[in-house]
Design a protein around this ligand. Sequence first.
Ligand SMILES: Nc1ncnc2c1ncn2[C@@H]1O[C@H](COP(=O)(O)OP(=O)(O)OP(=O)(O)O)[C@@H](O)[C@H]1O
Ligand SMILES: [Mg+2]
Length: 237
Amino acid sequence: MAPHTEQLTRSAVRLRGLTRSFGGRTVLDGIDLDIPAGQFTALLGHSGSGKSTLLRAVAGLDHEVEGSGQLTAPERVSVVFQDSRLLPWRRVLDNVLLGTEGKEAAAKGREALAEVGLKGRERAWPSELSGGEAQRAALARSLVREPELLLADEPFGALDALTRIRMHGLLRELWERHRPSVLLVTHDVDEAVALAERVLVLEEGRIGVDVVIDRERPREEYREVLLGALGVTSDVR
Ligand SMILES: Nc1ncnc2c1ncn2[C@@H]1O[C@H](COP(=O)(O)OP(=O)(O)OP(=O)(O)O)[C@@H](O)[C@H]1O
Ligand SMILES: [Mg+2]
């Protein structure tokens, strides 16, 4: 059954038995998942565990989801990928505005660029931006759509440590201000624990761990549990 999308007031994402196979190999094996509206969720998992596959399915970009997969997601969904995917032949503001129309959109685009610290760079070409700036422009592009659901697939993976920390702060800030539901794919346990309210681990096609992060508790406790779930033992940490 193909996934279908409908507006739900309480869940931003609702998956029932989501299954995806490639050439007879099952990558997602009957996933059940609810993400309440406004929740910031991080998804961890080994390379090849199916994180991007799951995100693509939630984004509605995968039309070959099989089984009894049922997916409901909000109408306004934005996706941010590991690389910024800016079109090189369009200036930064035009990239941000891609697919939007009208004067109001242009004003919002400028505002979004200002929010990510790129005021004054509206007319720059993507090739003139650093990696971090391009990623921020991509974030601005997703914000212009005022997403109810922000899906991000390792959006900071290619950035240096310092830019990464700045981007973490920016994403948290934007989330606090706009309150979209967020599903952030990462393989960085510290990033997940620092940013999210809830952390999932994808293992063998299922959600193996599902923890709510209590900010009152030491982060180290969550690191231990999550690193353990990922099979990282203390002697290699
Ligand atoms: N279009 C495709 N055709 C065939 N196999 C695919 C396709 N897309 C994904 N796969 C396979 O599905 C598995 C999960 O891939 P996926 O990209 O979801 O992993 P991931 O958890 O995002 O990994 P990474 O952390 O390396 O990005 C992999 O074994 C991959 O080879
Ligand atoms: Mg991936």
